[in-house]
Design a protein around this ligand. Structure first.
Ligand SMILES: NCCCNCCCCCS
Ligand SMILES: [Zn+2]
Length: 658
């Protein structure tokens, strides 16, 4: 299934008609540079173009009041003076004779996207729209927004398709208060937003944007606000929040549909956000959401005011929706102190609502809060009349080309195992490839030599990922590592699922990082590069396993930044299909998707499900949402405490930083 792209140049046909410094950044060029970049990078042509449509009155009334809609309906006929007058009743927004038409198209685009995802005409998609929506409210326009596109789409999906649980991820740098107001008492809609806040001094300066607004009444726990109290946040800060807050909760919530308020003013260079995360981060944020809801992901443009980083970020997002390998994120430094403080506050505020957070630390002591430091700085500044901060132009490298290897997935299988049709899908040359069709009766060394060849072709970027059935995964794993180690830049992340002895020499000199999830307490080898995760209930405990994936494996993987991932399924691991597929999907975040899966010969039943995920299909949703059992949670938390001195992305509290 493909990726939808919804765009129409009609939505570029309104603009600011008078002087208003607060609104001049919201321009038609935002849409044209984004769409042109998709065309220039040959991404638009790979999408399924879906036409826009106007949202109907009843669809708009799913969120907005009749009086508001009636008022907006009059704007096409207003004089310039009337438009200015009409605008004054709202904040930080402007009207134009054609904005009502465009606002209906923007909302209608989001509905079109929901339709083609819910009817499975496409797997996922992006709507490039303006005016944005997440600030608009029941009876008010606000923050460049007229109708709340994503809120309308959410209500529409529930009404028309009976969707039970919707996750809304708002990665725009502003708080989508309009969305929060819409769903704060609704437990069927989980709203997550991070936003520049600076202790309520940044627009829209709302008390209810802070981390302690967790939702109301039945909706308590289903509204997650992550305030950024400093500018300059980087990819590490964003990934920490995804790994330690959003993903664990999102998987526990188990949504049927995911909508993204995709504002790119959270990217480097943006005049509003003043953050430092490069556009590649959106490739990863998108990917990390793609295994939820069976891949049903609708991305709707919100903000983004630096035309360069906006266009690059849109391309990174669409390219990931299309299933292309992700770019590596270089030298992630770990979250800054202010981000850690926000992280700790949010986790603490939501501890009582989500079992994955029940072990979260309590609120940081007020005295170390960056708030006191910040307010002290404010006083200092006013005293000495600090000169205007230089608004230095941010520069960053153009994101690297994300090229897809000719073969997406190759497999080394015994004769009696039929090659999954998925591999065949990758072109006829695959059949003549010695790695797969082999008429010889292969014995073990032949298999291993083919596995090594497979790895070499991955290194040469001829093959993206691979899967091999071998007679002994430990031997195969060791052979692969020995083959690779000489090369100085090689770093291999090895994830071993299940019990079994991992040869200790394999973790020598940091060229490999081994994380083993098992149910046997191994002697406590206190090595930085061998991390045994002992789960009392073993790999069959979905919640405990996924807690280890988000709390340990993902942060470690991002910080280690390997150029190859070995996913090893130890004999009799007991891990269930869906969890195995989720892990396979999430590990493609690393090494540009170069994942080699090693399994025992007798596990042929898992070849198909594993291959489908390596080929880019979403992993099926994890149905169960029971709490991880306490001991397993304890294990992961204790491990994180012990390891975070070496691995910064494991941190979730601000106390630990000296
Ligand atoms: N100094 C006032 C600036 C107002 N900024 C409004 C930003 C709306 C963003 C929508 S994503
Ligand atoms: Zn914004």
């Amino acid at each position: 299934m493909g990726t939808a792209l919804i765009y129409d140049e009609e939505m570029t046909k309104y603009k600011l008609l008078w002087v208003d410094p607060a609104c001049k950044i919201e321009t038609p060029e935002r849409l044209t540079v984004s769409y042109e970049a998709l065309v220039r990078n040959a991404l638009a042509e790979r999408c399924i173009s879906v036409p826009v449509r106007e949202a109907t009155n009843s669809e708009i009334l799913l969120v907005h009041s009749e009086e508001y809609l009636e008022a907006v309906k009059k704007t096409p006929y207003m004089t310039l003076e009337d438009l200015k007058e009409f605008t004054l009743q709202y904040g930080d927004v402007y009207f134009h004779p054609n904005i009502y038409h465009c606002a209906k198209l923007a909302a209608g685009s989001a509905l079109q996207l929901v339709d083609c995802v819910m009817t499975e005409r496409v797997r996922n998609g992006m709507a490039l729209v303006r005016p944005p929506g997440h600030h608009s409210q029941h009876s008010a326009a606000n923050g460049f927004c007229v109708f709340n596109n994503v809120a309308i789409a959410t209500r529409y999906a529930k009404q028309k398709y009976g969707v039970k649980r919707v996750l809304i991820v708002d990665w725009d740098i502003h708080h989508g208060q309009g969305v929060q107001y819409c769903f704060e008492d609704d437990p069927s809609v989980l709203y997550f937003s991070w936003h520049r806040y600076e202790h309520q001094t940044f627009w829209p300066q709302l008390r209810e944007s802070d981390y302690d607004s967790v939702g109301k009444e039945k909706g308590a726990g289903f509204n997650i606000n992550v305030p950024w109290n400093q500018v300059g946040m980087e990819s590490s800060d964003y990934l920490s929040v995804f790994c330690h807050v959003l993903l664990p909760v999102a998987y526990e919530f188990c949504p049927d549909l995911v909508l993204v308020c995709a504002g790119f003013d959270s990217a480097i260079g943006d005049p509003e956000g003043k953050m430092c995360a490069t556009p590649e981060i959106f490739a990863h944020l998108t990917h990390l959401l793609m295994n939820l809801a069976g891949g049903k992901l609708c991305v709707v443009l919100e903000g983004g005011y630096n035309l360069t980083s906006l266009a690059q970020s849109v391309c990174q997002t669409v390219q990931t929706l299309l299933g292309d390998p992700l770019p590596r994120l270089a030298n992630l430094s770990g979250p800054c102190r202010s981000a850690l403080e926000s992280l700790q506050c949010v986790r603490s505020a939501h501890r009582q609502y989500w079992s994955c957070l029940k072990h979260a630390a309590s609120l940081p002591p007020a005295d170390i809060s960056t708030k006191r430091i910040k307010l002290a700085e404010e006083e200092a500044k006013t005293e000495v009349g600090e000169e205007e901060k230089s608004t230095e132009e941010k520069v960053w490298p153009e994101p690297p080309k994300r090229f897809s290897p000719p073969v997406r997935c190759a497999s080394v299988l015994p004769d009696d195992v039929t090659r999954p049709d998925g591999c065949k899908r990758l072109g006829a040359d695959q059949d003549v490839n010695p790695l797969t069709a082999s008429k010889l009766k292969d014995d073990d060394c032949d298999t291993l030599s083919r596995v090594i060849t497979l790895v070499e072709k991955m290194e040469q970027n001829e093959i993206c990922s691979g899967l091999a059935l071998v007679c002994d995964v430990t031997v195969a794993m060791t052979q692969v590592v020995q083959h690779l180690t000489p090369d100085p830049v090689n770093r291999v992340l090895i994830v071993c699922v299940g019990n079994g002895k991992v040869p200790s020499h394999i973790t020598r000199d940091g060229k490999t990082l081994v994380v083993q999830i098992n149910s046997e307490e191994t002697e406590d080898q206190n090595s930085k590069y061998y991390i045994p995760v002992f789960l009392k209930k073993g790999c069959s405990d979905t919640s405990g396993f996924m807690h280890a994936v988000f709390g340990l494996i993902l942060p470690l993987g991002y910080e280690y930044d390997p150029n190859l991932v070995l996913l090893v399924r130890m004999p009799d691991s007991g891990v269930c299909d869906a969890v195995w597929q989720q892990l396979t999907g999430l590990l493609q975040s690393f090494a540009k998707g170069h994942t080699l899966v090693l399994m025992q010969e007798n596990e042929k039943a898992f070849v198909g499900p594993t291959t489908s995920v390596l080929l880019g299909d979403p992993a099926p949703p994890l149905e169960n949402r029971q709490a991880p059992n306490t001991e397993d949670l304890n294990v992961v938390e204790r491990l994180r405490d012990r390891l975070q001195v070496n691995w910064n992305l494991l941190q979730t509290t601000s106390e630990c930083t000296g």
